[in-house]
Design a protein. Sequence first.
Length: 224
Amino acid sequence: MRAFVSFVLTLALLGWGQTALATPIIFDNGSPNLETAVGSETFGSQVAENFSLVTGSTTVTGINWWGAYGNAATPPPTDDFTVAFFNDAAGQPEPTPFLGFHLGDVGRTATGDSLSGFPQFEIFAYSASISPTAFLQGVTYWVSVLNDTTADPDDDWFWATSSFFGTHAFRQGVGIPWSPTVPDLAFNLTGEAAPVPEPSTVLLIGTALLAVRVRRYRASRRTY
Ligand SMILES: [Ca+2]
Ligand SMILES: [Ca+2]
Ligand SMILES: [Ca+2]
């Protein structure tokens, strides 16, 4: 009985949550926790994050992420981003991506936030569309976001963290095997949202089912 009630509540909450989203975020790894950031350069050390998608939300059409520039904190005039997707091999990204998007300069938006204890390291938000790309539901993939700042010798790009917990992968450069490290990095994936029943319908169905169950439960007790 308790399990059934929680199932109904879960359905109701899912319904409300999905319809409240203006932007169809289909995987959310969190926004910056303002703690730190990790270097991710096309020609330098790189990081990648794991994700998996749920049923009905398996086509990615965009990515949002956050980062900062150090150590001079004088960002280059333009960015040169590449986003790449990797298959998982025993809990780490494969050495070579199966798909890459050279996005170039996608523009940056100052968030007004900076890294904890380092006000000079301002955090910027980035957003890009990619060609609709289908992924298998429930399967782990990895995404790397790399910036090429070789034109700016006193700054490199750093991907902002989103948590004290979780893990990502890093390596010292292209072709070098990946290694696990902590924590999670700030990004989300947008795409085609899963079709969700109207919340009012879900609640009505849930309430009706619950009423039937309660009536049956009472009836069964009466026979003893
Ligand atoms: Ca600079
Ligand atoms: Ca640089
Ligand atoms: Ca992670």
